[in-house]
Write a protein that binds this ligand. Sequence first.
Ligand SMILES: [Zn+2]
Length: 304
Amino acid sequence: MATTPIPQCELALISGSAGWGLRIPEDVGVTGVRVLQRGLSFETPWGPVDNWQVLEIDGALTLERRPRRVLNIFSHGWPLDVIDHSVVRRVGWVLGHARVKKVLADSTCGSLNRALLPGDFIVPHDVLDLGQTPFSTLPGRFRFLCRGIQLICPAMASVLERVAVEHWPAPGRVYGYGQGLVVGHTWGPRLETPAEARALMLLGADVANQSIAPDATAVREIGACFVSATYSVNYVDGVISGEWGEMDRLHERCGPAAVGISLRTLASISLDDSCGCQAFRRQRPPEFVRTGWQDPLDHERLPG
Ligand SMILES: [Zn+2]
């Protein structure tokens, strides 16, 4: 199997509909970001995953005043000619093998909460995905323990909120981690029915989205930190009768600013582990990993 070596990067940007169709960095108006490699494709145990690039952020923009490299995937890795939800596993596998420590995924979402207007920027606090995890990268069921708490990194979220407050265009507002907003997951591509919207609202979701939860889960499984940068482009059908946002206009108006916020956040976040996210994915001790009925510990307890 021909493979392209996976570059080692501490930072990753999972691009999504936040900057739909924009070339990064050419179309987003952020100086000091350049492309080191483009058009990369990597083989994984589940097949190839395409449309990667490696960006370099100039040291003039970064926290430690040294250049930072960012591994960047287009549109969550989704193939353009087929619907393939399992690609999240291939993307997660590549990020793990790149030894990525911090991942930002940007996207758009639909408002379930009537107070979240199309055009508002949201840093989610938690995700609601009762169907997780159909596309795990973990090697078997028992070797790793991945908890669901703090799926969104509070340290990354704090920086993202600060950057968004500075750069998000009015009249959109910025909701931070402290607001405790929850993203409800649907796989898509069909958007939610009014009945599904009511169910997600009753369960506590404020917005609906098709990528944040599986991306966050894949990143938890590789032991890295994850933050979501998203903005609302419409009300989900049924939330306000007859109301539908100007989705395409909002993508066009807000896309460059959204991607700029993602890049500036990746330049500014700390690379240390003081947030504590890594503790929520750990390898189980060997004595807890039983391989079958013939486990020697059980045999010792048999009579005679
Ligand atoms: Zn973290």
